[in-house]
Design a protein around this ligand. Structure first.
Ligand code: DLL
Length: 435
């Protein structure tokens, strides 16, 4: 077993909960004194700094929403004076102003440690050469993965995204053993390698640490086969920290350990806000308990997952999240049926001849929703008879109808026609939003 911080990663539950309570109380006191938003929202809920006597009292605290962060743009929720903020990141989002986060020196140290733990959980160690293709900049992916790699003591290549041909060359010549990027970019790299005549089996890559966007189990198999490595799922969000909030361990690869000595997770019913029992799927809510720059109480992530406290084969005692199926605001409602893009992805990946590059186009005509699934087909198939293509598209339509209960139109498109992404892939075009 390779831990980065064995004592904390394997802390018995009782000790972990005692630590959580102490840290939660300190965080509540901190936000009450330093953040007017919390002072007011706690006042309205009748909460004082000493209201939290047990972890169960967390449920009495009000939620924090992304909108609250937007309303206090840019620095309104900061709990530390600007003199103590050493880094600022922001996530752009698709609408409105970016969400801005600030880190104190201690926050950067914590983030680096949690990323170092995450690498160790993924089986990465000193001596590894980490090819980091997450974007460097306001996005937390690049710098988060970078600082964690240095903290671990591995060698990091700060590639950032883009210039894919060069990435392949560097990976080959520098002997990279670990690749960090979005799952969609990893597939783009496998195509670029093929074009460059580079076979991933000749490379030294052993582990891929993929996240920042939803991906399915079927996509994992596809990536593992095409890139010849062990693919690990990593989760995080800038509001809470960045990458490294939770990660799968390479021993079990069954759920993502969330570092509970720094974050308290809850799962709620997104409609009612009610806390759900262990194992039930719902929206992930996170409370940060060590952050100084921008601590968040019961932050509604919008990400859909479930939580388990069952012991894990790796010996880590921290709870595990199941693979995220997507965000509650990404859920498509098509003629009344709820569907996540990742569910369609899983079906597509299970069908021979269809490639892992797709886009979903949703429209509304005469008050009726329509869904078109555009997906690339295998090169060999594309040159085949029209009959073969027709029967393939009918098969995809039928499987989507049988499994998800929605009718759609499938349009098989030529290889290389769907836009590739160097960061987060854009899988859905919802034209209803603009109409
Ligand atoms: O994406 C941080 C990150 C960087 C995570 C690199 C992992 C690797 P944001 O740009 O703020 O931060 O986007 C956060 O991305 O709320 C999820 O909806 C989604 N997301 C992140 N990781 C996963 C994952 C980074 N493993 C938002 N599976 C989150 C599914 C993910 N969705």
């Amino acid at each position: 077993m390779s831990y980065y911080n064995e004592e904390f990663e394997t802390l018995p539950r009782q000790a972990l909960e005692a630590l959580q309570l102490k840290r939660l109380q300190a965080t509540v006191a901190r936000v009450c004194t330093s953040v007017p938003f919390y002072r007011q929202s706690f006042d309205r809920a009748g909460i004082t700094p000493d209201s939290v006597k047990s972890l169960a009292d967390l449920q009495r605290l009000p939620f924090t929403l992304k909108q609250n962060m937007r309303d206090s743009y840019p620095y309104g929720l900061f709990a530390a004076p600007m003199e103590e903020i050493v880094r600022i990141h922001a996530s752009s989002g698709t609408t409105g102003k970016p969400t801005v986060v600030g880190y104190t020196r201690k926050d950067i140290d914590t983030w680096s440690e949690l990323m170092a733990r995450s690498y160790a959980a993924a089986g990465v160690h000193r001596g590894d050469i980490i090819h980091n293709s997450y974007g460097y900049g306001l996005f937390t992916g690049g710098l988060g993965a970078h600082y964690g790699a240095e903290k671990l003591g591995a060698s990091v290549i700060p590639m950032s995204g883009g210039n894919t041909k060069k990435q392949i060359l560097i990976m080959k010549d520098f002997g990279s053993t670990v690749l960090t990027c979005t799952p969609s970019y990893s597939l783009f790299m496998s195509e670029a390698a093929r074009e460059e005549g580079v076979d991933f089996r000749e490379l030294k890559l052993r582990v891929g640490i993929f996240g920042a966007e939803p991906w399915s189990e079927a996509m994992r198999s596809e990536i593992e086969e095409k890139l010849n490595l062990c693919a690990i799922d990593i989760y995080g969000l800038s509001e809470i920290m960045g990458p490294g909030v939770a990660i799968e361990c390479c021993e079990a690869k069954k759920g993502l350990h969330i570092w509970e000595d720094h974050f308290i997770p809850e799962i709620i019913n997104p409609e009612t806000g009610e806390v759900l029992p262990e194992g039930e799927r719902g929206e992930l809510v996170i409370t940060t308990i060590t952050k100084e720059g921008i601590p968040l109480i019961r932050y509604r992530t919008r990400d859909i997952t479930s939580l388990t406290y069952e012991p894990c084969a790796c010996g880590r005692t921290h709870a595990r999240l199941t693979r995220m199926t997507g965000r509650s605001d990404d859920m498509l409602i098509i003629r009344g049926v709820n569907v996540f893009p990742s569910q369609i992805e899983s079906i597509l990946m299970g069908i021979e001849g269809v490639e892992p590059h797709y886009v979903l186009i949703v429209d509304r005509k005469d008050n009726l929703d329509s869904l078109e699934v555009q997906v690339e087909v295998d090169e060999r198939l594309f040159s085949d008879e029209i009959k073969v293509l027709q029967s393939l598209s009918q098969r995809v339509e039928k499987e989507i109808k049988d499994i998800l209960g929605i009718s759609c139109r499938v349009r098989l498109v030529e290889p290389q026609t769907i836009t590739r992404s160097e960061g987060k892939a854009k899988r859905v075009i919802d034209n209803r939003k603009s109409s």
